[in-house]
Write a protein that binds this ligand. Structure first.
Ligand code: HEC
Length: 97
């Protein structure tokens, strides 16, 4: 019995983080506001100055990584300013995954 309770205590924090949504997406939201919002609009609400990220294809993970890392025409590259983990967190935010 006490062994079971111990297990429950061990498992609870993991379950809590899993159900609290995606911590990565929250980190991505903060990174987005810091690095991307000035061109892509606060919370991705776009004023037409650049690509509307709300319309970015949800299956476009590789395209996203490439564009953010290397840049794309007027889109500046972030490969030297952000870590791969940070770019992945941004993807979670943009794709809503
Ligand atoms: C200096 C302004 C600027 C900043 C800052 C910026 N972008 Fe962009 N971004 C653009 C413009 C302009 C385009 C459209 C590029 C084009 O097609 O000419 C674009 C396009 C994109 C695209 C689409 C690329 C494609 O494959 O068509 C993605 C994804 C993107 N940006 C993500 C981001 C993310 C994530 C950030 C923050 C890390 C960011 N951008 C920061 C200006 C910016």
């Amino acid at each position: 019995m006490s062994r079971l309770r111990c297990l429950a205590i061990l498992l609870l924090p993991a379950a809590a983080t899993a159900t609290a949504g995606t911590p990565d997406a929250a980190a991505g939201a903060a990174l987005y506001e810091a690095h991307c919002a000035r061109c892509h609009g606060a919370n991705m609400v776009n004023d037409g100055r650049s690509f509307d990220l709300r319309t970015f294809p949800k299956d476009g993970h590789d395209r996203f990584l490439r564009a953010v890392t290397q840049g794309a025409r007027l889109m500046p590259p972030f490969g030297k300013r952000l870590t791969p983990d940070e770019i992945e967190a941004l993807w979670r935010f943009v794709s809503g995954s």
